[in-house]
Design a protein around this ligand. Structure first.
Ligand SMILES: *[C@@H]1O[C@H](CO)[C@@H](O)[C@H](O)[C@H]1NC(C)=O
Length: 216
């Protein structure tokens, strides 16, 4: 009786394993033989980029807000770190700090630059740790409470346009603490009634690419 029971158990396990192997190869087979249309078959890269980043780079994609209607969003290494869906963006300036070595998010915050006070942003920028990447997206109005101290701190992070930041400008930027040169990752559009896409705001801006890791 004992032996018969054991055989039954072995037979059962054998059946399950065989079935599992069969199903696996069957689904693999399906995936290979049913060809997707070309446009569906294109490989997916981090943050929806059109190419993959090299090993010592991080993938990112940032969109500024659209007028005062749609909030900005930030993707870093294929993770949406700030967005309206995550409910962690606000009007003004949205900033994420990322460890330049590990790619881990250190801090995220949004600063109301229209009716808020400039001091919290000043403190935030002053306390950025070394080797940190700084991702910035504007929404609605990044300029009203902007002051020269804040502009200088952004300029020190590698920004070329922070000095011009004003009422309802669109701005997306990736900089780094102690960057000794101008960051190549920046887009800026002045609020100009003659060229604005929306009635009171310029077009939203998008910035995407691969940013180098900080080698320790
Ligand atoms: C960044 O990550 C490195 C490696 O884990 C760590 O040594 C360093 O303290 C981190 N920096 C910050 C500011 O978190």
């Amino acid at each position: 009786m004992r032996v018969a029971g054991l055989i039954r158990v072995v037979a059962f396990i054998f059946t399950v394993v065989t079935m599992w192997i069969f199903l696996r190869s069957y689904t693999n087979f399906n995936r290979k033989t049913i060809r997707l249309p070309r446009w569906l078959d294109t490989p997916k890269f981090k943050c929806g980029l059109s190419k993959s980043c090299l090993n010592n780079f991080f993938a990112f994609k940032i969109s500024s807000g659209a007028a005062n209607v749609v909030g900005p969003s930030m993707c870093f290494e294929d993770e949406i770190i700030m967005s309206p869906v995550r409910n962690n963006v606000g009007r003004g300036l949205n900033i994420a700090l990322v460890n330049g070595t590990t790619g881990r998010v250190i801090r995220k915050a949004s600063f109301d630059m229209y009716s808020g006070e400039p001091q919290p942003l000043l403190d935030f920028l002053t306390e950025i740790p070394d080797s940190t990447l700084v991702l910035v997206a504007s929404y609605d109005d990044p300029g009203t409470k902007m002051n020269d101290k804040i502009k200088t701190l952004f300029t020190n992070l590698g920004s070329s346009y922070a000095k011009q930041l004003g009422f309802r400008d669109s701005w997306v930027f990736v900089g780094a603490k102690d960057l000794r040169s101008k960051s190549p990752y920046e887009q800026f559009l002045k609020n100009n009634p003659e060229t604005n896409k929306y009635e009171g705001w310029p077009e939203l801006l998008e910035l995407e690419g691969c940013v180098p890791k900080k080698v320790m």
